[in-house]
Design a protein around this ligand. Sequence first.
Ligand code: ADP
Ligand code: ZN
Length: 775
Amino acid sequence: MPAERASELAARRQPLEAASAVEAEPRLQPRYAEVVLPIPVPRTYTYQIPAELTGRVVPGARVVVPLQRRRVVGLVVGVDAPPPGPAVAAKAIVAAPDAAPALGPALLELGLWISRYYGTPVGLALRALLPGALWSVERPAGPAERAERVLVLATALPSLLERERAFRRAPKRRVAYEALEALGGSAPLRHLVTQLKLSPATLDGLVRQGLARYTDVPRARDPFTGLSSPPPPELTADQRRVVEGILGTPVETPILLQGVTGSGKTLVYLDVLRSVVASGHGAILLVPEIALTPQTVARVRGVFGDQVAVLHSGLSDGERADAWRALHRGERRVAVGPRSAVFAPVQRLAAIVVDEEHETSYKQGTAPRYHARDVALVRAKLEGGGGGGARVILGSATPSLETLHLAATGKIARFELPVRVGAWPLPPVEVIDLRTAPRVADARGVPWTESLDDAVRGALGRGEQVILLLNRRGFATYLQCPSCGDVRDCPQCAIALTVHQTPPALRCHYCGHEEPIPTTCRVCGKATQRMRGLGTQQLEHFTALRFPEARIARMDLDTTSTKWAHHRILERVAQGKVDILLGTQMIAKGLDFPNVTVVGVVDADTGLNLPDFRAAERTFQLVAQVAGRAGRGPKGGRVYVQTRAPEHHAIRAAAAHSVAEFAARELPLRAPPNPSYPPWVGLVRFVAAHEDAIAAQEAAERVAAWLARANAERLGGALTVLGPAPCPIERLKGRWRWHVLVKASEPRALGRVVRAWGARARAVVVVDRDPVSLL
Ligand code: ADP
Ligand code: ZN
């Protein structure tokens, strides 16, 4: 089959209805199925459908097929395929393990959309839609479900006489029988044996006698089972207004719930989902990272109990498959999880909530490089379940500029929760200028001012808790004048230049612009120097020396590599066993601890000058979010933000807790006469990576040349091509990296180059549409 087959397939609009309409007709001719295999090949394969499998080989079904000398699991995408050419004989499908297709029409269509939109080979796109265990050919039926063996009474013995006759020579059986009776007629075998000390032989005897029987009840393996929380409180008037507004909005209009930190967005989601579930439908709640949101998960459990499947990264393959099956069968109605939960096979899906929609963890870093928020919007449209698609709610205190833009242009409806629950005020934020503020005497290289020191000491003295944020990413070096704060940026890209040493130069990582490292500041004329950052480890060391009595917990990638590590740290904070919680961005999300009265941002500038056009947006979101952790209780709270750029709009807007102020300042900076960036234009990034530096560069040059040609010859100059240039992270895992950026205000032009490149499937160059990072 030619390679164009994939795009042909992709272009077909209604493959599913057409396919099922002809299914019932008896045929004499052999029929062929179009099957997608989970391999990076941009084509489908044709297999013959054995007569006995006709009923099961339908679009969306898993099938086992031969591939060369192996067997693999594939997915049927069509059952009306033409026979392969006369030269080749199509092999036959070996098995179809599921009674019902694994993917319903909406999910199958979604997979094809992902393949088209992100330029991902169709097999890789569909592979992302099912748990890994269901792709294993060793066990095509998936891992065995963990079943619980239950003993059930089969025959009643109402009269004493019958009972004595039945158990005349078996007094132990009588004890077992009566125990089972006392337990309501059935009990797990495990309970009878381990708790009641009944012998398995006795129980077997009851079964042999026909008085009882064994049955196996599927039991989902879910370590979150124990988690619960008290029933949710009554909605506030504000929350009620928003819930009613959301329910009154047409389902097809996505919703932005923009609520300040602590405004109780979760309760609003839960109330909307409750009405969804009450009407017999299902829902998905996406959270940025399960480990960081135990409080949210507990609240969802509190409302929906056993109806919830929690899909977290700690699940084993078997547990993941169990959760998938429970949703697929409709035994569970609500899925909660990180980005891949957007593919949960929830039946009659009627709502998808994306909590903290601005989080970059919603973007997958490997193929398919999808963004779960955008996928949620597409899936919601495709779902026909209860009639008319599903509702999408995007929630955040600090929405992405893309989402704000959609709200501003009326494509999505915005609801606001402007005040905190209980009317606690948002905490006042004090911006401390690191260039001038006095530092404590023995701070040495640590940016630790007297104001922050006093605040921390005060809180500790009152038995309150402190959160310290330091989001230091090791590789970021840039040139900043210690005296006036000026940062050297690129004249063409409005991006901070990065300091290089071999050879020494300042370079733009977007366009390749290069200039010598200056010896004096261009603004104030003072001698300049490279800034090197402080990391969380050093901060921990410093605070331990400075506050020897305080119990300190550090939360960053290094301290949370083991399963449930986040959970354990946050648990200790909740129990008041930690006085100072310090860490990277992980501690900025979702935490709700009323005893936290002081939040300190030790160095707000760590991300501000990264060579990424979203640097300001990320800084605003991070500072505003971590500030939102303070003052969630009657003791109030205060936030201290240390920076060398106190006038920067990201810092000022965060200090004012003002999304509107930030957007008003930032959006014009991404539009002409400045270089255009999203949300005004679409962006695609091509990254070439190779162990050989020259090979990486040449691959990037070929992409750029190909793009330039396509742009001139076929796209009427709709694209703006930047680069090639070395990626800011020039070498990663032993591979040199170069990238080319493509911008266009016309999504179709971007789509065409993405698909065309995807069809070539070159391993050296990956294409990333709507990238969230340009590093
Ligand atoms: P957000 O996600 O908007 O920052 P949360 O959903 O975490 O806010 O809620 C903040 C706090 O307010 C939580 O402790 C929550 O239990 C509490 N809360 C929310 N709604 C109510 C309500 N209607 N009545 C009382 N407490 C509430
Ligand atoms: Zn540049």
